[in-house]
Write a protein that binds this ligand. Structure first.
Ligand code: SF4
Ligand code: SF4
Length: 432
């Protein structure tokens, strides 16, 4: 929420300045071009679950556009009512919060289906930038950003907890693999790979971290995590705070340099991949000095090179695959996970639609951190739940821990009876 010592006029001025800063060139075209055909509605999982006018993608974008017209167009400046231009009043800003944080995950599916190709998600994102710049990020989301900045990870997990988790996972792994070298490596300089994970793996899903460690061991990989900066997520990206997003990226790259690794590998995380792989160099204003890849690409490479041997019969249950929006539609990684799954499971079936056209599960956009929108988030997963049910699968391979949290909740709410597993867990179970 805005600082108490600011007057509404100060806040409106700061919002206007931020809007002018973030809306340039093509974005301005997108803000002005909607022809209100309404075709984007059915492509949005939130609108499909609750088809009220406020949930239409075009209506959410229109909230941002109304301010653009007010401050950035001639007619909006002098005849605002004529073009539906609105001032940044307190009420209008609250409505904007609701539209861009509470009714949109930034999944980008509506942009694929827009009759004139408008990038609605980019418009929504411009709205988030404006609100972040005046301190109007919803509390839960802002707390997550602050955790990352203050402690190095979004869940504020103390370093000792990470180290003790790594220790007991290593003990279990040594027993399972029968080799002292099978362990979770932390703060080991000079390794080939720096591995970033979602802190939820440390706190709630340690088996996915153990599975990755087991696969790395089987492949003879040299790898390490950093106890300071191991978080693959970037909640500054979600909140619209580019300064925070840049700082989180900078720290990881600095840590990679300090540890002397040759490559950064990102564990299964949709927005973590998009923000670190694609947005990071823009935030830093330079190319990375070393490659950054998804662990899915590495798993495919291990299989292709024969560095790991697998038997798909070890995964005999039917498996389907969820496509996280930020990894697939935005991040361009759609095939490595499929080529891997075809080799490690016996009965793989696609959801319909899939790949770039897949539906958002409802857990993206930082939704999981904003409890005030929890009911809407779970309701918005109805389309995804039906997609899953139609496959008859009992396991949903899910290369994103945010999506995994949401899918677990959907499985309970919609009585799907499915297990959610990371791709690396299925690879680990198939190891010979
Ligand atoms: S980006 Fe996704 S959630 Fe947002 S309006 Fe478009 S389809 Fe809906
Ligand atoms: S499909 Fe495109 S042009 Fe039509 S209402 Fe939606 S955003 Fe506007």
């Amino acid at each position: 929420m805005p600082a108490d010592d600011k007057t509404p006029a100060d806040i409106a001025t700061a919002a206007r300045e931020a809007l002018v800063r973030v809306v340039r060139g093509a974005a301005a075209y997108h803000l002005n071009a909607c022809v209100r055909c309404g075709l984007c509605g059915e492509s949005c999982h939130i609108y499909r679950a609750d088809p009220t006018p406020e949930n239409l993608p075009a209506a959410k974008a229109a909230k941002v556009a109304s301010h653009y017209r007010r401050y950035c167009t001639l007619v909006g400046r002098y005849l605002p009512r004529l073009v539906g231009a609105r001032d940044f009043t307190s009420a209008a800003l609250e409505e904007l919060v609701e539209a861009v944080y509470g009714r949109c995950t930034g999944c980008g599916r509506c942009g694929l289906h827009c009759s004139i190709g408008l990038d609605v998600a980019a418009i929504i994102r411009a709205g988030r930038h404006v609100l972040a710049s005046i301190g109007m990020v919803p509390d839960g989301l802002q707390r997550t950003v602050s955790n990352q900045l203050e402690t190095g990870n979004q869940m504020a997990i103390p370093r000792d907890e990470l180290l003790s988790t790594a220790e007991w996972l290593s003990e279990d792994l040594k027993l399972e693999r029968g080799d002292e070298a099978a362990r979770v490596y932390v703060d080991q300089p000079g390794q080939r790979i720096l591995y970033l994970v979602n802190p939820r793996e440390v706190k709630f899903f340690p088996l996915s971290l153990m599975a990755a460690a087991g696969v790395f061991h089987a492949a003879g990989e040299r790898w390490t995590m950093s106890s300071k900066f191991y978080d693959v997520t970037n909640y500054g990206f979600y909140s619209g705070d580019d300064d925070a997003a840049r700082e989180l990226t900078r720290r990881v790259m600095e840590e990679a340099r300090a540890l002397g690794v040759q490559e950064v590998i990102l564990s299964e995380c949709g927005h973590g991949f998009r923000s670190f792989r694609w947005e990071g160099p823009n935030w830093l204003g330079q190319e990375y000095p070393l490659p950054v890849r998804s662990v899915l690409e590495l798993l495919e490479e291990y299989l292709a090179a024969g560095r790991i041997k697998v038997d798909p019969a070890k995964n005999s249950a039917r498996v389907t695959l969820h496509d996280p929006c930020n990894l697939v539609r935005w991040g361009g990684v759609s095939e490595p996970q499929r080529r891997v799954l075809h080799q490690v499971v016996q009965d793989f079936v696609e959801m319909t639609p899939n790949r770039q056209d897949n539906f958002c599960c409802g857990g993206g956009g930082g939704m999981l951190s904003m409890s005030e929108y929890g009911d809407r988030r779970v309701a918005s997963g109805a389309t995804k739940a039906e997609q899953i049910r139609a496959t008859g699968a009992s396991i949903v391979a899910t290369p994103c821990h945010n999506c995994a949290d949401q899918l677990l909740e959907l499985s309970k709410r919609y009585k799907l009876g499915v297990e959610i597993q990371a791709v690396v867990e299925l690879v680990y179970s198939a190891l010979l």
